[in-house]
Design a protein around this ligand. Structure first.
Ligand SMILES: *Cc1c(COP(=O)(O)O)cnc(C)c1O
Length: 364
């Protein structure tokens, strides 16, 4: 038997969340973002559950090839494009749509025989200053791809730095539109701008294609406090539930301590449950005492430091809790957003960090 820890992935939650995204998208098409092993949910599994999406977005050519081997025929967007000239023949071979975001890529593309027609996304740097062209390189890039006889359609994209925060999107949106107005031929090109946060908050960013990721997995781009999140966020269903069991209990007297560094000291008499889940399973080591956890469906808190394979929780007020009792770390009944907020991070990081050693079960 494996250790009692397991992650359960709900196909119906993924499908439900896609419908929520579609409602926000209006008529825009949906690139379901499947990078990072579908945010830890499993690439092929997520693609199967999300088959009603219009296309899939990934980073890695191996991920793209795996989608094609799995029988996916929808468009596949390569979010960082290609990296080396050797990647180029894969574009037509697997019918992939690369994002082209720097002049080196343009040059690689310009001199390449692609072996077939390839659609291209040109990425604008509208202020995030991570990937994307300035207006001058954009013009040069557009001229180069337009001249390439194997380049099919040309779309444009940009990415928002603070769609979930106080800056919003208006500055970047108007800068992007200003750049596009200056380049004849791109003024009318299909746009793809919105991640989950922009899709939910800013309908004006929809364009032709939207790119939701985190919301498909049932988590919030706004974090746990998320006061700016519209009430519709509550419609999302967590797709991943991480569960384990208590494997030992300890009774503590006042002043006794728990775990590495003796980091937690019992103020009064208390009972501790030791859970088979640690940072080597993907649980954040920096989650402090007080991070929420469900024991047999009842909320309690972690105490002390998270170890590699175990964590400790206060079960003093949960009399039924004993060895074998079920523990939910996040998912159904306890949002990963809340656990992440307690640990000073975002649900994205928790989901992506699910360790390969955790057995995954899929439920309808
Ligand atoms: C990851 C990513 C997304 C999805 O973002 P979410 O916040 O998960 O919705 C969209 N676009 C790009 C370019 C990305 O890298």
């Amino acid at each position: 038997m494996p250790r009692p820890i397991r992650a359960t992935i709900s196909a119906s939650a993924l499908q439900h969340n896609l419908l929520v995204a579609k409602a926000y998208a209006g008529g825009a098409k949906i690139w379901a973002v499947l990078k990072a092993n579908a945010y830890g949910h499993g690439l092929e599994r997520a693609a199967r559950a999300l088959e009603a999406a219009d296309g899939f977005a990934v980073l890695d050519f191996q991920e793209a090839a795996r989608l094609r081997v799995a029988g996916v025929q929808k468009p596949v967007l390569m979010l960082e494009g290609f990296f080396k000239p050797l990647d180029l023949p894969l574009l037509a071979k697997y019918s992939l749509t690369p994002v082209v975001h720097n002049p080196e890529q343009v040059e690689m593309l310009r001199v390449a025989d692609l072996g077939g027609e390839v659609d291209v996304y040109l990425k604008l740097n509208s202020g995030m200053n991570r990937l994307g062209f300035t207006v001058d390189n954009l013009r040069a890039a557009y001229n180069a791809v337009r001249m390439h006889r194997q380049v099919g359609s040309v779309s444009v994209m940009t990415h928002f730095a603070d769609a979930d925060g106080p800056a919003g999107v208006s500055g970047q949106l108007s800068w992007a539109e200003e750049m596009l107005r200056q380049i004849e031929g791109l003024a009318q090109a299909p746009r793809s701008m919105a991640n989950s946060a922009a899709l939910i908050r800013f309908p004006e960013t929809r364009g032709a294609w939207v790119r939701p990721g985190i919301m498909l997995y049932g988590c919030s781009p706004f974090g746990h406090a998320g006061t700016s999140a519209p009430p519709q966020m509550a419609e999302l269903k967590p797709a991943m539930t991480l569960q384990s069991e208590i494997i030992a209990t300890q009774h503590l007297q006042p002043g006794e301590r728990v775990g590495y560094g003796f980091a937690y000291e019992a103020a009064g008499e208390m009972t501790i449950g030791i859970v088979a889940c640690g940072y080597a399973d993907g649980y954040p080591r920096h989650a402090p005492t007080g991070t929420p956890v469900l024991v047999n469906g009842k909320r309690t808190r972690t105490v002390g430091r998270v170890s590699m394979d175990m964590l400790c929780e206060d079960i003093s007020d949960i009399p039924v809790a004993y060895i074998g009792t079920s523990v939910t770390l996040w998912g159904e009944g306890l949002s990963a957003d809340e656990v992440a907020a307690s640990a000073g991070t975002v649900s994205y990081e928790l989901l992506c960090a699910l360790a390969p050693r955790v057995p995954v079960a899929e439920v309808a």
